[in-house]
Design a protein around this ligand. Structure first.
Ligand code: NAD
Length: 424
């Protein structure tokens, strides 16, 4: 359960879980929740571990461990990724499933939250072993997933190829087509248009609403983005296409800056050719630390957790921080930003565009009606703008941070659904 001590959490989400737990503990006392409400939020509805055999290329059979947690389904079937990671624990999965419940509630889509995975280092498997492992895990959990029960998606070290195997195995078991059982599929197998860049675009749509509240125009703002992977690169590309000035970007090797604005399409080409953004002609090389504290109006952490912390928060010059990465800001930095009146758009809202388009994928699959990209984008826009407005108005009403408002909104929506069902 979420208000409890963690012995071991791993990887990028370590800080995410700890921070979320600590924020939620505060929030729970602030909301004055009853014991029944706390108990209900505290426990996953279903949490299980499976052990399953996989035939290895050596000819031997090896047993693997998989988990799945379906945290809360009051608002709809549970939704959450499947990750393959050697240090995965049931505790990790449970916390991440709870966060998925909150994320789906913040953007008001009719899903609960779940998460799952297999304890494995996928880099040590051949492609055929990976496929057999995926299929065996799905056979082990097939009775508990489904379009109106629990819908998996990609997560750490899983991708659309693995989602295609999941789909195929599930359909073999059921003996019929069931595309809505999993999202993040290849478009040819029922995936949605725009899914690949939906996290970045969703964040930008929310950012544009934030700019309106501050009376800032795109021509006035300079933007710095940390991370140039799926999320950071797409964010830079879309911002550039929409006429924003991106003055600094970085990857794991370092960053680049041009105060007049970077030519992002050429930065992308340079990165594809050379493996990094650094040494881009017409820009100055900077360190990642310099990027975070550079002269800019909007800072977009889109790489790792804990990048904004007690050591650098006071030097951040941006007026808005858009958390596209999960948990890039520590609690200390959060407090400094509140003090300095820097608007922080929390990850749970800022990077929810991906799960929103997953929801659209599920709708398209259920109806066998596939949408043009424009329709996906229009609906994503409405969802993200409404979600921002919901969170922002609560933040104004309660005079609290946007992070606290987002958590509060999510918890209230989940409890309301439980009350309507007669569970409270
Ligand atoms: P990715 O692996 O594609 O890209 C990560 C980027 O960060 C790479 O460019 C890498 O070079 C860079 N990086 C690594 N170390 C760095 C450092 N020390 N300083 C600066 N840059 C560094 O990952 P991604 O899918 O773009 O995800 C980025 C973040 O967004 C993660 O926190 C992830 O959990 C979160 N997120 C992603 C999605 C999604 O749809 N992909 C959805 C929600 C949240």
């Amino acid at each position: 359960m979420i208000v409890r001590n963690h012995e071991r959490i791993h990887a990028d989400e370590e800080n995410l879980c700890q921070k979320c737990i600590s924020e939620l503990e505060d929030l729970y006392s602030y909301l004055d929740l009853s014991t029944e409400e706390l108990d209900l939020l505290d426990m996953p509805r279903r949490s299980f571990t499976v052990h399953f055999p996989v035939h290895m290329d050596s000819g031997k059979t090896k047993m693997f461990v998989g988990h799945r947690v379906q945290y809360n389904d009051a608002r709809g079937p549970t939704k959450g990724g499947i990750r393959f990671h050697p240090e995965l624990t049931l505790d990790d999965v449970r916390d991440l499933a709870f966060l998925m419940s909150l994320k789906c509630a913040v953007v008001n889509i009719p899903f609960g939250g779940s998460k799952g995975g297999v304890v494995v280092n996928p880099k040590e498997l051949s492609r055929t072993e990976l496929e057999r492992l995926t299929r065996s895990y799905i056979r082990a959990i097939a009775d508990y997933i489904g379009p109106s029960r629990d819908i998996p998606a990609p997560d750490v070290y899983t991708d659309e190829k693995i989602m295609a195997w999941i789909l195929d195995e599930y359909e073999r078991i059921k003996g019929e087509h069931v595309p809505a059982v999993v999202t993040g599929k290849p478009i040819e197998l029922g995936g949605s248009k725009a899914r690949s860049y939906s996290t970045s675009l969703g964040g930008i749509l929310v950012l544009e609403e934030a700019l309106k509240t501050k009376g800032m125009d795109k021509s006035d703002v300079n933007i710095a983005i940390q991370g140039f992977g799926n999320v950071g690169e797409n964010a830079a590309r879309i911002l550039h296409e929409r006429g924003y000035r991106v003055v600094a970007v970085s990857d794991s090797k370092g960053g680049i800056m041009n105060k007049d604005g970077l030519d992002i399409p050429n930065v992308i080409k340079h990165k594809n050719d050379s493996g990094s953004v650094i040494d881009f002609e017409g820009s100055e090389n900077i360190s990642n630390e310099e990027l975070l504290t550079c002269e800019c109006d909007i800072l977009v952490p889109a790489a790792l957790s804990e990048q904004l912390n007690k050591d650098n928060a006071r030097d951040v010059k941006a007026k808005i921080v858009l958390e596209l990465a999960n948990a890039p800001t520590t609690i200390d930095a959060d407090n400094v930003f509140s003090e300095k009146k820097i608007m922080l758009i929390p990850d749970i809202l800022a990077n929810a565009g991906g799960v929103v388009v997953s929801y659209f994928e599920w709708i398209q699959n259920l109806n066998n009606d596939y949408w043009e990209e424009n329709r996906v984008l229009e609906k994503l826009g409405k969802t993200m703008v409404n979600s921002f407005k919901d969170v922002f108005s609560l933040c104004e009403e309660e005079n609290c941070s946007m992070r606290k408002a987002a958590y509060q909104l999510a918890v209230k929506r989940i409890l309301h659904a439980e009350r309507l069902r007669g569970n409270l």
